[in-house]
Design a protein. Structure first.
Length: 95
């Protein structure tokens, strides 16, 4: 059975997912950090949802715990679409 997909809207969402996978695997933070090649303080901050610009380290943790991050680009935007990335406008958050 496939794992449930979760929408990633914040650093906290990612941290909660990483913590849940680590705990389900029975790994204490120190062992998980070693397995993933990151420091314990980094893993701790990541699990608590602290914003991070260390994307390489975030990806190391995800790979180490078997968490897949699939990028799903938006559908091609029509020229008459209400919002357009081509014009530099942000998509409406309410949609």
């Amino acid at each position: 059975m496939a794992a449930a997909q979760r929408r990633l809207d914040s650093a906290r969402d990612l941290g909660n997912c990483i913590r849940a996978v680590r705990v389900a695997a029975g790994l204490p933070q120190d062992e998980a950090a070693e397995l993933c090649g990151v420091s314990v303080p980094f893993l701790n901050r990541l699990e608590r949802g602290k914003p991070s610009v260390q994307l390489d380290s975030v990806l190391k943790v995800c790979r180490g715990l078997g968490i897949s991050i699939d990028l799903v680009p938006p559908e091609p935007l029509a020229e008459n679409a209400p919002t357009s990335l081509k014009r530099g406008r942000k998509p409406d958050a309410a949609r």
